[in-house]
Each structure stands twice: as C-alpha cells, then as structure tokens.
Ligand binder design. Structure first.
Ligand code: ADP
Length: 259
C-alpha cells in the first residue's frame, strides 16, 4: 500500500480529504488535530506504520510497518445523527464486521470495541470526540486492523488472544481493498444509525451472546452474568445470576467469557 494505490482504490468514495503517512505516531492524534482545524466530514487519515498507536486508556495498539491498517475517520455529525452519537462505536464495529464478512470471514463484536475472528482479536476501535462546548463538533473513529500475520503482537504481550485476517483467510487481502470495504459499509450504516435495525444488526454480531460472561470495570468487583443484548444507547445488557437485568455502560470495562 502506498498513497497512490490507496487513492486509486478509494477514488469512487466521496472522502472529505485524505492524509497518508508512511509512519506516524497515532492516526487518531492526527485526525483529532485535523478535525479541530476544520477537516471536512468523512476525511481519512491512514498510516502504514503507527509508532504510538493507542487503545482505550492509553493502552498500546501495535501497528507494525507493511502489515496492518491504522486509520482514523473524521465524522461531522449531522442533525439526525446527533441523538445517536453513543452508537458511534457500533457504527465502527458494524463497518469492520461487514468488511470481514464480505471477505468470507465470520466476525464477532466483542463489546464494546474489538472485532474477533474465531474468538481472537483481529481489529480494535477507539472513538474520540472533538468538543465545541457541550456539543460534539466531530468524532474520530480510529481503527486498527491486523491484516497480515506479521501484524499480530507476540502472545506473551497480550491479555486477550489475537489473530489476523491472513491467518483466518489463508491469504492477506490488499489493505486498500479492506479500507474500501470498511468505508463503504460505514457509509451504509451511518444512514441507519438511528434505526432499530442498526441495534439489531449490532446485537446479532455480538460475541458471547446468550453465554456466561464476566465484566471487569476498573477496580470494581467483577460482574457475572449471561450476555443478553444491547440497550438503545448501545450499552450492554446482562442477566445476572438472580436473573435481574444489569446495564453495563461504556467506560473502562473489559468483557471476557466466564472463567
Ligand atoms: P481491551 O483488551 O481491554 O479491550 P483495548 O481495547 O484498549 O483493551 O486495546 C488495547 C489492548 O489490545 C492492548 O493492551 C494489547 O493487549 C492489545 N493489542 C495491542 N495491539 C494489538 C493488535 N495489533 N492486535 C490485537 N491486540 C492488540
């Protein structure tokens, strides 16, 4: 992948703009700065290598050269989208899942922000917001996708097992093609963001649905329950051991299968 091959692959998409880097600290940092200085809606930052890639709470996201996708998409929320901004991580997850599915894979969404292939993490999402007072001026959707097998971090450095598209598919698709699939799916799902269908589609793709899971939120006591589905705002709904409904909101929460 290089700037001209990427531009060619994305030529039919109406991007607000594109910035491509052979190497960058973090595509989200670049996109946040660009958004704050007036980037147009649907502008894209892509890098071949990320040296300071971030997960939630500044955990590290690994994006070695020539093997993975590090991209950040800038959205300027339209009036109809505004009431549904808490669903943005779902927009990203559905877009990634659709792209994987088009490639012949069976992705699952590990709520809130990871894509699993065969139970292993193959992509991660980090949504960040540029505020204008109390209003969201723009949203930055960061995505890291393990395309080639060499993008997968060493197992001993991970809390959750990882994989790549190549390991699951038997070959590595062109990264330009994967980016194009993700963006096309995003254009589709963003129009649906306020619908019940959006939540249903998101819910259908949830990993561990109907299964026993545990939730760890910061230092709090672990919550045990069966994964039930999603609330309208994208929060996770569990059934606890007493069969009570428990709502888990976004934040520093880690979802795991029950031990
Ligand atoms: P969580 O695992 O709690 O959902 P994050 O979503 O913040 O955490 O993702 C960051 C974590 O993902 C890192 O701490 C690291 O363990 C793992 N990780 C980093 N890079 C990759 C990668 N390329 N593929 C899979 N997992 C990764």
């Amino acid at each position: 992948m290089n700037e001209s091959s990427l531009k060619k692959s994305l030529s039919k998409l109406k991007l607000g703009g594109m910035r491509y880097f052979d190497s960058i600290g973090s595509t989200n940092d670049e996109a946040l700065a660009w958004a704050a200085s007036g980037a147009k809606d649907f502008s894209l930052v892509v890098a071949d290598e990320q040296t300071q890639g971030r997960g939630r709470l500044d955990r590290k996201w690994f994006t070695p050269k020539g093997s993975a996708i590090a991209m950040s998409l800038i959205l300027r929320p339209s009036a109809p989208m505004r009431p549904h901004l808490s669903r943005t991580v779902g927009l990203a997850a559905l877009s990634l899942a659709d792209a994987c599915q088009t490639l012949g894979l069976s992705p699952k969404i590990k709520w809130p922000n990871d894509i699993l292939l065969n139970g292993r993490k193959a992509a991660g999402i980090l949504v960040e917001t540029v505020w204008s007072g109390v209003e969201a001026d723009s949203l930055v959707i960061g995505m890291g996708i393990n395309v080639s097998a060499s993008s997968v971090p060493p197992a001993e450095s991970l809390k959750f097992p990882a994989t790549s598209i190549e390991e699951m598919l038997g070959y590595a698709p062109k990264r330009e093609e994967v980016i194009q699939l993700v963006l096309n799916a995003c254009l589709h799902w963003r129009e649906q963001m306020g619908t019940d269908l959006f939540i249903q589609a998101w819910e259908e793709k949830l990993a561990f649905r109907g299964e026993a899971v545990q939730i760890q939120a910061g230092d709090e006591e672990t919550t045990h329950g069966r994964l039930d589905g999603l609330e309208a705002d994208g929060s996770l709904r569990l059934r606890d051991l007493q069969d009570h409904s428990v709502t888990v909101r976004f934040g520093d929460v880690s979802l795991r299968p029950a031990a």
